[in-house]
Design a protein around this ligand. Structure first.
Ligand code: E4P
Length: 217
């Protein structure tokens, strides 16, 4: 299972990278704005900085919603760095653009996916990744993890290569549940990754080991 971090915060990206388990980064315009990164030139520059920190895939989202605009923007983003994955929204022109990019060998992440039907379309169009937003489904009292399971079943039925990127992961249990279901990737905040480290019995056990060691020294 690949671990992506879902942030545009360079310190957090560095921290996750230093842990040695990071496979990539996802961003979106809201995450950029949260870090105060606004204006096209600054955003482009920020993608480059992220690519310098990590060795894996970095999703860069288009903001155009028409076919020609998505193609133009996506091609420019893809040229920035070979780690860039063009993130395209699940809309009609987005699906057409994903097919175009796929035919051209440009990798894509189909974002804002909330149903199995949308995920099926993204795979048919040749998306590299599909991003079902599980946390946002949970927010409206719909089982986000169930969507991951449905997509897993459908993709396995037909051998689609599109990787299931569980997005909008909010906490460590989401990560574990996605791993059980067989999501290929999860993207979440640093806390969802670091939360995997924690267990009170580990802390208690370590404290006891260290205390016992000190007895003889
Ligand atoms: C996916 O790539 C999105 O950036 C992200 O996971 C959205 O998560 P949120 O629902 O926490 O905003």
């Amino acid at each position: 299972m690949k671990f992506f971090i879902d942030t545009a915060n360079l310190d957090q990206i560095k921290e996750a990278q230093d842990l040695g388990v990071l496979d990539g980064v996802t961003t979106n315009p809201s995450l950029m704005a949260k870090e105060g990164i606004t204006g096209n030139d600054n955003i482009i520059n920020h993608y480059k900085k992220i690519c310098e920190i990590v060795t894996g895939d970095v999703s860069a989202e288009v903001i155009s919603t028409d076919y020609e605009g998505i193609i133009k923007e996506g091609e420019e983003l893809a040229k920035l760095h070979d780690q860039i994955i063009v993130k395209v929204p699940m809309i009609k022109d987005g699906v057409k653009a994903i097919k175009y990019f796929s035919d051209k060998g440009i990798k894509t992440n189909c974002t804002l996916v909330f149903s199995a039907g949308q995920a099926l379309l993204a795979a048919k169009a040749g998306a590299t990744y599909v991003s079902p937003f599980i946390g946002r489904l949970d927010d409206i009292s719909t089982d986000g993890l169930n969507l991951i399971a449905e997509i897993r079943l459908i993709y396995d039925n037909y051998g689609f290569d599109t990787q299931i990127l569980a997005a909008s992961v909010r906490h460590t249990m989401h990560v574990i549940d996605c791993a059980k279901i067989g999501a290929d990737v999860m993207t979440g905040p640093l806390s969802s990754i670091e939360g995997l480290l924690k267990h009170p019995l580990t802390d208690i056990g370590l404290a006891k080991f260290l205390a016992d060691y000190k007895k003889g020294n």
